[in-house]
Design a protein around this ligand. Structure first.
Ligand SMILES: Nc1ncnc2c1ncn2[C@@H]1O[C@H](COP(=O)(O)OP(=O)(O)O)[C@@H](O)[C@H]1O
Ligand SMILES: [Mg+2]
Length: 396
């Protein structure tokens, strides 16, 4: 514990943030130097690296997320396996940066979501909300020789919250200083939005998961083109719009119309949802590029529709700041611009924030909050009964 107090008492801390998202594309590692806490947090992004999973690793992860393909044995193994491969990735990253573990004070690790069921479901003799992120933080701390804060979501879920999204707290810290009404959009496997008001008021934050980010596009690309994603959105751009398919997706997708607080994941937009779309693809005899085009258009629409329904009636935004891997899909960005014609759609990099590492940086900042004993959920966003200090601190 003394070591943790020493870290807390330093003027500046070197913190690694780790994000392994629902896309299962790899581990994002971000190194920041951070000082202060809460709204007074200041940080410098020093380096980042995306450590991709092999095809075999990605396939195994996707399979183990299917309840019918996993069991207590495989999940037990996976929890340690992930910590093992991440520790190796971190060693390689530090070596590349010419750093040793002694120069890193703390790691903030999101973990890999395997199951996210934040709405109560009957289990044994009561209704239970739950969420499961694997890649055990204690194993990671021991293998890296660096203290880890992990498992951020569970405290919020215990308090009746969705446990997600958690990045809104970071969005509040980061975007408040720009003093404009900003909609921060993150397009990972799932898309989420945060409204930050020009006066930076914490109680005016509005945020939630919108629906599919890259998840439907990626599954379609994998199935039809044997490629993990639509690079630059080029396939989508080469196709035509299929209104009949768009209408079908809108009909199947009840989540985007649902009132917040809300969060989602592969449980909703994974294999089963995609197979339903694939049936329509066959039934409507759609050309492959048209399928990708229409799904991409729907992805942009889902983001805008959530803004239109749940934010625009109360606040208008001048700027939209997009981060996450979806920001590289320039066709998706074009579609967002078409939807948000009244606001300027930018990338978070226009706000001096690296779009590939935004979430990893966010979890480094959240770990810094936990070290300071500060709550970092946003109760009006997640629906939690009260603020909570998030995560488990695993010392070494
Ligand atoms: N150059 C690119 N062109 C189009 N899409 C991209 C590109 N690079 C990344 N992506 C998309 O971003 C996804 C990864 O985004 P990421 O923010 O890591 O999501 P997650 O947090 O769910 O892992 C990829 O699966 C892919 O769909
Ligand atoms: Mg990722």
């Amino acid at each position: 514990m003394k070591k943790l107090f020493d870290i807390l008492n330093k003027k500046k801390r070197s913190v690694l943030g780790l994000m392994s998202g629902t896309s299962c594309d790899g581990l994002d590692i971000a190194l920041i130097e951070v000082e202060g806490s809460g709204i007074d947090t200041r940080f410098n992004f020093l380096a980042g690296q995306g450590a991709p999973y092999s095809k075999k690793q990605k396939q195994a992860l996707l399979e183990l997320m299917q309840p019918d393909k996993s069991n207590a044995e495989t999940l037990c193994q996976l929890n340690f396996y992930l910590a093992n491969i991440w520790a190796k990735m971190i060693h390689a990253f530090l070596k590349k940066q010419g750093l040793t573990k002694h120069e890193i004070d703390l790691i903030g690790s999101h973990g890999q979501t395997i199951r996210h069921q934040p709405d109560p479901i009957k289990f044994i003799d009561r209704k239970i909300r739950s969420t499961l992120q694997l890649g055990d933080p204690s194993v990671l701390a021991q293998l890296c020789g660096i203290p880890v804060v992990g498992d951020f979501r569970v405290a919020d879920v215990a308090l009746g919250g969705q446990g997600a999204p958690l990045i809104p707290y970071f969005d509040w810290i980061y975007f408040s200083r720009f003093k404009e009404n900003i909609l921060a959009v993150n397009i990972g496997g799932i898309s989420n939005i945060t409204f930050v008001s020009a006066d930076g008021a914490f109680n005016k934050l509005i945020a939630f998961d919108c629906g599919p980010g890259n998840m439907l596009i990626d599954q379609a690309m994998q199935r039809l083109y044997n490629k993990p994603f639509d690079k630059g959105g080029n396939t989508a751009r080469s196709g035509k719009f299929c209104p009949a398919l768009f209408d079908c997706i809108q009909k199947f997708d009840t989540f985007i119309q649902r009132q917040p607080p809300k969060s989602t994941g592969r449980e909703l937009y994974g294999r089963d949802f995609f197979l339903t779309l694939l049936k329509e693809f066959i039934r409507l005899r759609i050309d492959e590029p048209d399928f990708i085009h229409t799904i991409t258009k729907y992805t942009a629409f889902a983001i805008y529709e959530n803004y239109r329904k749940f934010i625009a009636p109360y606040n208008t935004v001048q700027k939209v700041a997009v981060g996450g891997g979806g920001a590289h899909n320039s066709f998706l960005m074009e579609m967002l611009r078409d939807n948000f014609n009244e606001a300027e759609v930018k990338k978070v990099k226009d706000y001096q924030l690296n779009e590939d590492f935004k979430e990893a940086i966010g979890f480094a900042v959240l770990a810094n909050e936990t070290l300071h004993g500060k709550p970092s959920n946003v109760p009006q966003v997640t629906g939690a009964a009260k603020p909570a200090v998030l995560g488990k601190i695993c010392p070494v």
